[in-house]
Design a protein around this ligand. Structure first.
Ligand code: NI
Length: 227
């Protein structure tokens, strides 16, 4: 399931990110790729352990945890320090699957990558090409979102970024380990949460059925969560 979360970063924040990123030193994107994906990856990224990536990454994580939709969809246990990439004309990232486990040298954090995240930092009209294409059971899905929006997709899926033919596409990408490992269980909990939200808007959060459903929501998390 692909889930888009709008407005994770405000446009002012995006502009500030872009100003800082424009002044930074970039390196070959293959430094964080696995053996197979290194063969198909052609882009640039901010050095993952560098001051700029770390500082911007902390800002991204703060914004994520303030987003109820993101938290509801991902139920994150651990979020990998966000990375930042840049695709110019001719850059692309061919079809690959992300590594199952990622370790971070600086913090010692190690996660199982349940979900992959792309946070768009360029507006769609700034570049041509550069669609994120994610394959699932229902076919291929092309994603190109406004700056400040993100997409969550299963890290198990084959995906690619199509070649850029005009302009520059910058973004942040990272992975997270969810408390709910099973994608179907996570999807059910997300659906239940959304239903409870809209029900309580109509009948109030003290309605007995809202209270019972909220209890079921928490008990399903208690049943499935790894913490
Ligand atoms: Ni990838």
């Amino acid at each position: 399931m692909l889930i888009c979360v709008p407005g994770v970063l405000a446009k002012d924040d995006v502009a500030e990110f872009r100003r800082i990123m424009d002044e930074a030193e970039w390196e070959d994107g293959r430094s964080t790729a696995g053996a197979q994906s290194a063969l198909v990856k052609k882009n640039e990224q901010l050095p993952p352990a560098g001051e700029t990536a770390r500082r911007l990454g902390e800002h991204v994580i703060k914004a994520l945890t303030a987003s109820p939709l993101f938290m509801s969809a991902a139920i994150p246990l651990r979020i990998f320090p966000p990375l930042f990439n840049r695709y110019g004309v001719g850059h692309k990232f061919g079809t690959h699957v992300d590594n199952a486990v990622r370790g971070d040298h600086l913090t010692g954090m190690r996660i199982r990558t349940d979900l992959s995240v792309t946070l768009f930092l360029s507006e769609p009209d700034e570049y041509d090409g550069g669609e994120l294409v994610v394959e699932d059971l229902y076919g291929s899905h092309e994603v190109k979102l406004p700056a400040g929006d993100l997409v969550l997709y299963p890290a198990t899926s084959l995906h690619m970024v199509t070649p850029i033919t005009r302009g520059t596409r910058v973004g942040s990408f990272f992975w997270l380990q969810s408390m709910i490992r099973d994608a179907q269980a996570r999807s059910l909990i997300f659906d239940l949460d959304g239903t409870i939200q809209s029900l309580t808007e109509r009948v109030g959060s003290d309605d007995p059925d809202s209270v019972r459903l909220t209890g079921i929501y928490h008990n399903l998390i208690r049943y499935w969560a790894e913490v």
